[in-house]
Design a protein around this ligand. Structure first.
Ligand code: ATP
Length: 359
């Protein structure tokens, strides 16, 4: 929370949002309890599940270690969960680390050399690893071997170190940022999509059961519809609605309770929060629907440019409410409809600034 006049940075704004996709402290505490433990329990992502099931069953039948797996997709879609399921299905232990935690090749060598045979190494944010570590990983993935460099300068020598076979599960939100030599070393790559509302309803029902929360079908549908295609957000909204149901009602989550509770938290029927709506409202009411430059839009809502661009816009674009064009940000007809506003007459759209501030 900012108490001064400094606009929040993108990261701060993202982390204090109820509909932010990254995990906050409370999420981390609860998520362990809510994680599906097997592929059968994992909701949705049918194609990924089927493909992964084949990869793991075949490896088990051969008595071999599973191929390296790359999982790409937005935060909160279940990449960590899936890596744990891979380990569980293979009956293997799992080690969890992340790209930013591996700054030096030596950090990676230490982890790799302490792996047990068949162990799953989950490397989150693999695109943020340092270049020397990345190069060491190429050889480790392909030959289960690393060269540890001892000494410096002309006297430095490379000592080869054999590794036990292991399965690397890499996770990234940006598969496009991975260098091709790294991408090519994964035997199986899965892209995780946003979840359909019906799938999120199943996530909500499952989590409600585990948290011992009473919820009916319409209540689950209401939460699912506001969860931006993301299980982590669905679980978080469920917890907030549960609080409301306990304090202000009889504890049972119905559609009405869910809608009222999420209204209190300023998450609207489509999952937009205060920031998203502020951006849309400025675009529509101040600039007639655009086009307007990002910086101008950011000033109008009192936020940093990065916050608008990285925190609010991706979801608005995905929802078809806002378009990024070479001339600036433009609202779509769906944006006008969502805020219950009437667009300017045909032919006048796009001239909003002129209408308001011109002549
Ligand atoms: N398919 C699913 N079925 C049920 N619950 C799920 C599913 N996917 C994710 N979840 C729940 O969503 C939460 C977030 O999942 P997870 O931590 O695996 O996401 P992630 O993609 O690894 O996120 P990040 O990129 O931020 O690490 C977990 O608590 C998990 O219980």
């Amino acid at each position: 929370m900012n108490w001064d006049d400094t606009p929040p940075t993108g990261d701060e704004a993202a982390s204090e949002r109820l509909v932010g996709a990254s995990a906050d402290g409370e999420d981390q505490a609860v998520e362990a309890a809510l994680r599906p433990k097997s592929l059968d329990e994992f909701v949705g992502q049918e194609r990924v599940r089927e493909q992964l099931d084949l990869v793991l069953k075949a490896a088990r039948a051969r008595g071999a270690t599973a191929d390296h797996v790359l999982l790409s997709g937005a935060p909160g879609l279940g990449k960590t969960t899936l890596s744990m399921i891979i380990a569980a299905e293979m009956g293997a232990p799992i080690r969890i680390t992340s790209g930013p935690a591996i700054q030096h090749a030596g950090d990676l060598a230490a982890i790799l050399s302490s792996l047990q045979e068949g162990e799953v190494l989950f490397l989150d944010e693999i695109h943020r690893m340092s270049r020397p570590a990345e190069e060491m990983l190429y050889m480790a993935m392909e030959d289960f071997r690393v060269d540890v460099i001892v000494g410096k300068g002309p006297g430095a020598t490379a000592i080869p170190l054999e590794l036990p076979p292991f399965t690397l599960v890499g996770a990234t939100t940006r598969a496009g940022l991975l260098p091709p030599p790294l991408r090519d070393r994964f035997g199986f790559t899965a892209h995780m999509e946003f979840y359909a509302p019906a799938e999120l309803e199943r996530v909500v029902h499952r989590s409600a059961r585990l948290l011992d929360v009473d919820i009916d079908a319409d209540g689950a549908a209401e939460i699912a519809g506001r969860s931006r295609g993301t299980p982590r957000i669905a679980n978080r909204l469920l917890r907030r609605v549960r609080d409301y149901a306990q304090v202000r009602a009889d504890g049972v989550i119905t559609r009405e309770i869910a809608a009222t509770a999420l209204g209190v938290y300023e998450v609207d029927g489509r999952g937009l929060d205060r920031l998203d709506r502020a951006v849309l409202e400025a675009l529509l009411k101040l600039f007639g629907g655009g086009p307007v430059g990002l910086s101008t839009l950011a000033v109008a809502v009192g936020e940093e440019r990065e916050t608008v661009e990285e925190v609010a816009e991706p979801f608005l674009v995905r929802e078809g409410l806002l378009a990024r064009t070479p001339r600036g940000r433009v609202a779509t007809p769906a944006a006008w409809a969502h805020l219950g506003l009437v667009p300017p007459q045909a032919g006048a759209t796009g001239g909003g600034q002129g209408q308001l501030f011109g002549a």
